[in-house]
Design a protein around this ligand. Structure first.
Ligand SMILES: Cc1cc2nc3c(=O)[nH]c(=O)nc-3n(C[C@H](O)[C@H](O)[C@H](O)COP(=O)(O)OP(=O)(O)OC[C@H]3O[C@@H](n4cnc5c(N)ncnc54)[C@H](O)[C@@H]3O)c2cc1C
Length: 324
């Protein structure tokens, strides 16, 4: 039952042995979504140590059983993780023959330096980029544009489209509005700039109230954004951690959910169970609404995502994508 349902998560790389990498059809993010397809993706971050890297691949061994459409890896705000980001995505590409995307920010880099990074990425068979402006470095309140660099993600998207026409591009969207945006409408106009510049897909910031996502999707469509809008979900496994992450990115945690987690303040396993149950329901509702796919921020672990996916794969509500 599990494997049969998993077939709904289609990837171009499925069934190809990793050793045949050179013969793989390059797959871009855009191809992950569409009729009869469900774009499942996982987001990783670059571990700091060799031990962390080994553990990450142990978890990935379990996650790739779900046949993700692609896997991405974040890029440290100041670019300090550049090499490790590439190590992770090229390692995933080589080991599992799964399409991959490197995240990339404009922070502290000129266009020439960004181009050099993307050339390296391409030489490592990385076909996709999650193109971001990035946050100001720690200790700085405002984003500073470096000489010869970019001020906003739409400029980076335009640059990538011009210099690397065949790369797939995802951009960030904010169901609860970006923290620095003057208004939801202005933020939406800015998202449209990124899509008009050539982005294939919008992946959203994490959120815990699906209605925020549904409203955001509807507003995107009304604004003429036609590319897939993919919800980004972080299954909560720990109350303190999610409070920290949510306050950093401005995501609201529903009061009842917080209260349910709080009941297990001294019980890590209890918090994990509450978080996983919430994510199972959140996923089910999104799938039922016909989202094009889901992007899971897995924080380099597999247990929570596995539980969430297994629960939903065995649910009759899992259906091919509609236009959400
Ligand atoms: C899925 C996802 C993945 C992420 N991965 C990373 C990562 O790997 N590394 C990392 O450091 N950060 C990452 N982030 C965080 C991201 O860098 C921050 O949210 C950052 O503050 C904004 O980046 P952006 O690409 O959305 O910027 P932009 O789209 O440039 O938007 C930033 C702000 O400027 C406004 N704006 C945009 N364009 C214009 C314009 N042309 N003129 C005027 N105003 C404009 C927007 O409304 C917004 O308020 C990620 C976020 C998401 C949702």
């Amino acid at each position: 039952m599990f494997l049969a349902a998993a077939a709904l998560f289609q990837t171009a790389a499925q069934a190809l042995p990793p050793t045949r990498l050179e013969t793989l059809q390059l797959t871009t993010l855009a191809q992950a979504y569409g009729p009869e397809k469900f774009g499942l993706s996982f987001e990783l971050y670059p571990p700091k140590t060799e031990r962390g890297m080994t553990a990450l691949f142990r978890h990935l061994d379990r996650l790739v059983e779900f046949q993700p459409s692609y896997v991405t890896c974040t890029y440290g705000a100041d670019g300090s993780t550049r090499d490790r980001t590439l190590d992770v995505v090229s390692g995933v590409r080589q080991k599992y023959a799964v399409p991959v995307a490197t995240h990339l920010t404009c922070v502290g880099r000129s266009a020439a330096q960004l181009k050099e990074y993307l050339e390296r990425a391409k030489s490592l068979d990385i076909q996709n980029v999650v193109a971001l402006r990035g946050d100001p470095p720690q200790g700085e309140a405002e984003f500073r544009t470096v000489e010869g660099g970019f001020s906003h993600a739409n400029e980076l998207v335009q640059f990538i489209r011009r210099e690397f026409a065949d790369l797939g591009i995802a951009v960030a969207g904010y169901p609860e509005t970006h923290q620095a945006a003057p208004s939801p409408d202005v933020d939406l106009e800015n998202l449209k700039r990124k899509v008009d510049a050539g982005a294939d897909v919008v992946i959203t910031q994490l959120f815990y109230n699906n209605q925020d996502f549904f409203d955001f999707s509807r507003r995107c469509r009304q604004a003429g954004i036609r590319v897939p809008i993919v919800p980004g979900l972080l299954p909560v496994t720990n109350l303190a951690q999610i409070q920290r992450i949510a306050s950093l990115c401005g995501a609201k945690l529903p009061a009842q959910f917080q209260a349910d987690l709080q009941k297990y303040a001294d019980d890590d396993q209890g918090q994990f169970e509450v978080g996983v149950e919430f994510s199972i329901r959140q996923t089910a509702e999104l799938v039922e609404a016909g989202v094009a796919g889901i992007h899971y921020f897995v924080l380099n672990k597999s247990e929570a995502a596995r539980r969430v996916l297994q629960a939903n794969l065995s649910s009759p509500s899992l259906s091919p994508a509609m236009d959400c």
